[in-house]
Design a protein around this ligand. Structure first.
Ligand code: BMA
Length: 300
């Protein structure tokens, strides 16, 4: 098994959105009531992002909601932290609720926001769960050692590492540790960040991440995969040495931001098949398929 791009990529472009947008991209993904749900970022004509739902019975053919389901204006008490847009949702089911971690963007720079929903129509917004500058947050789907856990990507001077922390209530966090650092002099040399919510496998927590190498003229975003210890999730058991998906097709090479493969959502089927939803060039929604065993075999 390899990572196989869907032959009809991209699944969605702005032509599939029933209202005027610049782009649709970076979907969070989850199965709900037997349906595939993508919570996609739409950049509105003014240049600020909101979220729409795209829904599908088969994971390939999606229909986009007629209006955004979550906007900066919905944030009332927290508007100052999201008034430049909300971006890049990651969805984690914990018991019978869906928790959404996403980027709030404002003059204060990126910050991690938390919301929850039971039906993808009504959202309870908890507000910021980080200080700036921080993004790429993903929650673990169950308690470990009595705590909820998250990964995120704070920006420190010259450093873009993935950190892990824990919480008793999903809102107040502590116990911060560095989880993963960019491997210098490789495809991920400049920065890394989570690309999916971690999923339990027999061998450990499996998670996609993105790595970035910057050049004078821009950056290249690629995907990797990492395996974390089940009981001690701050321990890395292995990771892919090479990227698992790199910009290659025209719809990944050329877009609002060239040479980007960015993912923040995947679905693991009961038989171990994996659907990685991703975007090419910050401009569309695409799909690549693989399976859990193959991803684990890459984590050395
Ligand atoms: C990251 C985020 C993503 C975006 C990516 C590539 O920093 O802002 O939303 O897809 O850059 O441009």
């Amino acid at each position: 098994m390899k990572i196989i791009r869907y032959s009809k990529n991209p699944l969605l472009t702005k032509e599939n959105v029933p209202f005027g947008v610049n782009s649709i991209f970076n979907p969070g993904a989850v199965k709900y009531n037997g349906k595939y749900i993508l919570l996609c970022r739409v950049e509105m004509p003014i240049g600020r992002s909101s979220f729409v739902i795209a829904e599908s019975a088969d994971g390939y053919n999606f229909k986009v909601s007629s209006i955004p389901v979550l906007t900066p204006e919905d944030h009332k008490d927290f508007y100052d932290y999201v008034n430049w847009g909300i971006e890049d949702a990651r969805i984690t089911q914990i018991e019978n609720k869906f928790y959404i971690t996403y980027t709030g963007y404002s003059k204060y720079q990126p910050i991690v926001m938390l919301a929850e929903t039971s039906n993808f129509a009504d959202f309870k917004i908890h507000g910021p769960i980080s200080e700036p500058s921080n993004k790429d947050c993903a929650l673990f789907p169950e308690k470990i050692d009595g705590y909820y856990w998250k990964v995120d990507r704070p920006s420190a001077e010259n450093r873009r590492d993935i950190w892990i922390s824990k919480s008793a209530d999903l809102v107040h966090w502590g116990g911060y540790k560095v989880l993963l650092e960019p491997e210098k002099g490789t495809w991920e040399t400049d920065k890394i960040g989570s690309s999916s919510n971690p999923v339990r496998t027999k061998k450990g927590w499996l998670m996609l991440y993105h790595g970035v190498r910057s050049f004078g003229t821009g950056s290249i975003y690629k995907l990797g995969v990492v395996l974390l210890d089940l009981e001690k999730p701050w321990i890395v058991k292995g990771k892919s040495k090479e990227p698992i998906l790199s910009p290659d097709k025209v719809y990944e090479r050329i877009g609002d931001v060239n040479n980007v493969i960015f993912s923040n959502g995947w679905i693991i089927e009961e038989n171990g098949d994996v659907k990685i939803y991703y975007s090419g060039g910050d401009t569309n929604v695409c799909l690549a398929e693989t399976n859990v065993e193959y991803l684990i075999s890459l984590c050395k």
